[in-house]
Design a protein around this ligand. Structure first.
Ligand code: GRF
Length: 192
C-alpha cells in the first residue's frame, strides 16, 4: 500500500494536528504526516511535531511582500515534502484563490460548526447566542469561498443549558479529533 503524504498547516496549539499524527501511526492508515508548517513561529504544535520527528517549517506572512509570494513559498515547502494532501488544522489565514486552486481536491479543513451554519469565527458563541440546540464540526474540501467546500464528514453535539463558548468548544473538539482522521482516511482512499 502506498500511503499518501500529508502536510498540515497550523497557527496554534495543534490538537487536531496531533490527532492526525496519532491516527497515522496505525500501520494500515492510508496516509502519513510528512511535514507541519505554521505561519506563527510560536505555535505550540511545531514543538509537538518536532518531538515526533516530523519536519517543520515556520513562515511569517509579514516577511513577504505580498500574500501571493507568501503562499507560493508555502506551496514550495509543501512540494519539497512531496505532499499529496494538505490539511488545514487551525490555520488562521484565509488562503488566496491561486493557492486554493493549486491544491484543489487535495486540501481539506476542519471547521467548528455544522456548515453551512456559522462560517467564519466565533462559531461557539454565535451558536449559543442563537439558542441553537445542536452544534458540531465539519471536515470539508477547501475552495475559494470561505468555509464553502463540499463536506466530507460532520459530527453533532448537543448544546446544553449553561454552556459557555469554552464548554461547548471542548465538547466539539472531542468530535473534531475523531472525525478529522476519519475524513483524511476517506480523502486518501479517494485519491488515485
Ligand atoms: C479548532 O477548533 C478547529 O476547528 C478550528 O481551529 C481550532 C484549532 O484547534 N479551525 P487546534 O489548533 O487543532 O487545537
Amino acid at each position: 500500500m502506498s500511503r499518501k503524504k500529508v502536510g498540515i498547516l497550523i497557527s496554534g496549539r495543534g490538537s487536531n494536528m496531533s490527532a492526525l499524527i496519532e491516527a497515522a501511526k496505525v500501520p494500515d492508515y492510508p496516509a502519513e504526516i510528512v511535514g507541519i508548517l505554521s505561519n506563527r513561529a510560536s505555535a505550540a504544535g511545531l514543538q509537538v511535531a518536532a518531538a515526533e520527528g516530523i519536519a517543520t517549517a515556520s513562515l511569517a506572512q509579514s516577511k513577504f511582500l505580498s500574500r501571493d509570494m507568501f503562499e507560493d513559498t508555502v506551496s514550495q515547502v509543501l512540494e519539497s515534502w512531496e505532499v499529496d494532501i494538505v490539511c488545514l488544522a487551525g490555520f488562521m489565514r484565509i488562503l488566496g484563490e491561486d493557492f486554493v486552486n493549486r491544491w484543489a481536491g487535495r486540501m481539506i479543513n476542519i471547521h467548528p460548526s455544522l456548515l453551512p451554519l456559522y462560517k467564519g469565527l466565533d462559531t461557539h458563541a454565535r451558536a449559543i447566542a442563537d439558542g441553537a440546540t445542536e452544534h458540531g464540526c465539519t471536515v470539508h474540501y477547501v475552495t475559494p469561498g470561505l468555509d464553502e467546500g463540499e463536506a466530507i464528514l460532520q459530527a453533532k453535539v448537543p448544546v446544553l443549558a449553561g454552556d459557555t463558548p469554552e464548554t461547548l468548544s471542548a465538547r466539539v473538539l472531542v468530535e473534531e479529533h475523531r472525525i478529522y482522521p476519519e475524513a483524511l482516511k476517506i480523502l486518501a482512499n479517494r485519491l488515485p
